[in-house]
Write a protein that binds this ligand. Structure first.
Ligand code: ACO
Length: 326
């Protein structure tokens, strides 16, 4: 038994903020950055920021992406018996985003929970859904990555605030006797923990303690990301008895174009097979992989029977890969 992706969907907030606008915004606080710096170091040109006053929240973006994925998959909401949402920016501590999505979709009664593995979240959620569908009794799942990262950006810290964006992506998975997800692996190394990438805020007896913004040692994360992504891709390829060179569509976590091209080169995957949405979306954390996948699928970049490699990496450190026969 396998699980197969039957459809994909995504949603982005209306507001687009270009690097130029960002630079002008930071300049008002005397902070220097430029389109040139951001573009050459990261490949990012613009990002979408949610307007919560307009109702753009993590769950509203997740619901919109899920509806599009259900439509593309031609699956009725009544068939869904599992909803998993990967997010690190839930609307609230609880109820989970997954339960809010379930209520909005009218999928009452099915299992629904959130997964928190930051930028690796979608790979973790997909791996969990795949295992649950293969083991049963679950038959059809919606797996979503959704984030409003703009809520946790320190707009006075130029080394992080220019990197992230908001959005959501979703896939509909069904149990199937035909091959779909061939292999998926998740990894973590908590020893790096708060030292390299963190948001330490917590709710404590009515008081928020810790730092409410993302902090990152970019260079260290860069090095760990390349190492983890290359290793995990090789491992899923070995498990599926295929070669990474045969991957037809490479969907890496969209954090930094330099990391993506470096990983593709080490895996022997030609760059034209790599999906790039980082320029327009920035790093949307758990949403980045399903957003990029949906873009590629709708652009006809993958045909049935081809190999698709998905990868995520982020705070924890946590990372992982999934290899799919499309
Ligand atoms: N504009 C202008 N200058 C800047 C900016 C900016 N926006 N940000 C930093 N700088 C400056 C720094 O202050 C530093 O100046 P100094 O040399 O005078 O001290 C200089 O640029 C170089 O800084 P570095 O951090 O060394 O730059 P680097 O080339 O490493 O690029 C970056 C930084 C883009 C963050 C890179 O390290 C990176 O992408 N790392 C990986 C991030 C990542 O993949 N995250 C994924 C996980 S995210 C998650 O899980 C939430």
């Amino acid at each position: 038994m396998y699980s197969r992706v039957l459809g994909t969907g995504s949603a982005l907030p209306k507001r687009i903020v270009t690097n130029g606008e960002f630079a002008a915004m930071l300049a008002r606080d005397g902070i220097e950055t430029s389109d040139e710096w951001i573009r050459t170091r990261t490949g990012i040109e613009s990002r979408h920021f949610a307007d919560e006053a307009e109702g753009e929240t993590t769950s509203s973006l997740a619901v919109a992406a899920a509806r599009r994925a259900l439509e593309a998959a031609n699956v009725e909401t009544s068939e869904i018996d599992l909803i998993i949402v990967a997010t690190t920016t839930p609307d609230m501590v609880f109820p989970s985003v997954a339960c809010r999505v379930q209520a909005a979709l009218g999928a009452r009664g099915c299992a629904a929970f959130d997964v928190q593995a930051v930028c690796a979240g979608f790979i973790y959620a997909l791996n969990a859904a795949d295992a649950m569908l293969r083991a049963g009794p679950y038959r059809a799942a919606i797996v979503i990555g959704a984030e409003v990262m703009s809520r946790v950006l320190d707009m006075k810290d130029r080394s992080t605030c220019v990197l992230f964006g908001d959005g959501a992506g979703a896939v509909v998975l069904k149990a199937s006797s035909d091959p779909g997800i061939l292999a998926a692996r998740m990894y973590a190394d908590g020893d790096y923990g708060e030292k390299v990438l963190s948001l330490t805020a917590s709710l404590n007896h009515g008081v928020i303690s810790g730092d409410p913004y993302i902090r990152m040692d970019g260079r260290q994360v860069f090095r760990l990301a390349v190492e983890g992504l290359v290793g995990s891709a090789r491992e899923v390829a070995d498990l599926a008895c295929v070669h990474t060179e045969d991957v037809a569509l490479f969907v890496p976590h969209q954090a930094n174009l330099r990391i993506m091209t470096m990983v593709a080169a080490k895996l022997g995957i030609p760059e034209e097979r790599m999906v790039r949405t980082v320029a327009e979306h920035g790093n949307t954390s758990a949403a980045s992989v399903p957003l990029a996948l949906d873009r590629a699928v709708r652009a006809g970049m993958v045909k049935p029977g081809e190999l698709v490699l998905l990868q995520g990496v982020g705070a924890g450190m946590a990372w992982g890969s999934a290899l799919i026969r499309w």
